[in-house]
Design a protein around this ligand. Structure first.
Ligand code: ATP
Length: 301
């Protein structure tokens, strides 16, 4: 098996005239993980995924997919993608649509049945495509992407437009798909989705990667919450402690931007200044707050 990272980009950039859709993107997707490419609409997700498939040529920088040039036969061999809605024939059944695609792709019919089973469409496989719900259509798209049993699966906003049940089904499917050795790269503007499904997340805003890490790392502890009396005086003193970058007063608590490991030292300083400290604990931001701060957008959960 190919040992190169499934996806690696260096300085990847795409400009359309004066619009920079993707800027200097350094992304590494690791083998076997489900990587969520998270960002608001227009952030550059689709453009990036299209570059990885060789559908769009970068203005600058490089990308390797399974160690190969994007769009080359060698890279496409191991990649399945759902980036645009695939063109299914409305009057053919789901199964017949996949059989036609399998023939083009040079894969056996048994792969069709396996893909149908994976996306849980076997029972409805004989129905015409046009009778399918949006969620089923989307799952058939995933089945099409699975025909070649790809090492790397790329899904662009796979739950877009689906109702809550369709979304939940798709999330379950993605989790299942990501369980084995396969690598999944999916884009989303939905924070909750990424949080539930992905091992690691890259947050993109205005074409730039603004954060990357596990969900836990992204919501990492960012400071200390302190309950002390008198509060105003405590805020004044905290502001003078070196290494405390910011002090905010919210809901009767001080929120200090500082390394949470300094809790004991900060406690000592406040107490020795004559303050009564009744509570001191690390502050965790919700992923919602992180997303808002990074992208300036409300994360739809
Ligand atoms: P969405 O979820 O809305 O598709 P996205 O994160 O996928 O958003 P892109 O579609 O990659 O974002 O678009 C990034 C930016 O590039 C946007 O400002 C978009 O208008 C612009 N853009 C994308 N494709 C083209 C194109 N073919 N010509 C001109 N501008 C483009």
């Amino acid at each position: 098996m190919n040992q190169a990272p499934p996806v690696e980009t260096r300085g990847l950039t795409k400009r359309y005239g004066s619009v920079t859709a993707v800027e200097n993107l350094n992304l590494t997707v690791r083998r076997g993980e489900v990587y969520g490419f998270l960002g608001p609409n227009g952030a550059g997700k689709t453009t990036t995924l299209r570059m990885l498939l060789g559908l769009v040529r970068p203005t600058a920088g490089t990308a390797r997919v399974l160690g190969e040039e994007p769009g080359s036969a060698a890279s496409l061999e191991g990649v399945g993608a759902l980036v645009e809605s695939p063109a299914f024939y409305p009057y053919l059944s789901g199964r017949d649509n996949l059989r036609m695609m399998a023939r083009y792709a040079g894969v056996g019919r048994e792969r069709v049945e396996e893909a149908l089973r994976t996306v849980e469409l076997s029972e409805r496989a004989k129905d015409r495509f046009k009778k399918y719900s949006l969620g089923m259509k989307q799952r058939l798209g995933v089945a099409a992407a699975l025909l070649k049993d790809p090492e790397l699966l790329i899904l662009d906003e796979p739950t877009n437009g689906l109702d809550p049940k369709g979304m939940a089904d798709m999330r379950e499917l993605i989790k299942r798909l990501g369980r084995g050795e396969r690598t999944v790269l999916l884009s989303s503007h939905l924070l909750g989705e990424v949080e539930q499904v992905c091992d690691r997340v890259g947050v993109i805003r205005g074409g730039r990667l603004v954060a990357e890490g596990t969900v836990a790392e992204l919501r990492e502890r960012t400071g200390l919450l302190v309950r002390a009396e008198p509060l105003r005086e405590a805020a004044e003193i905290a502001r003078r402690i070196s290494g405390v970058e910011e002090v905010e007063v919210t809901d009767g608590l001080l929120r200090l931007s500082t390394d949470p490991d300094r809790a004991a030292e900060i406690n000592r300083k406040l107490v020795s200044a004559g303050l009564e400290v009744s509570e001191l604990r690390p502050a965790e931001r919700s992923l919602e707050e992180v997303f808002l701060e990074l992208t300036g957008e409300e994360g739809t959960v």
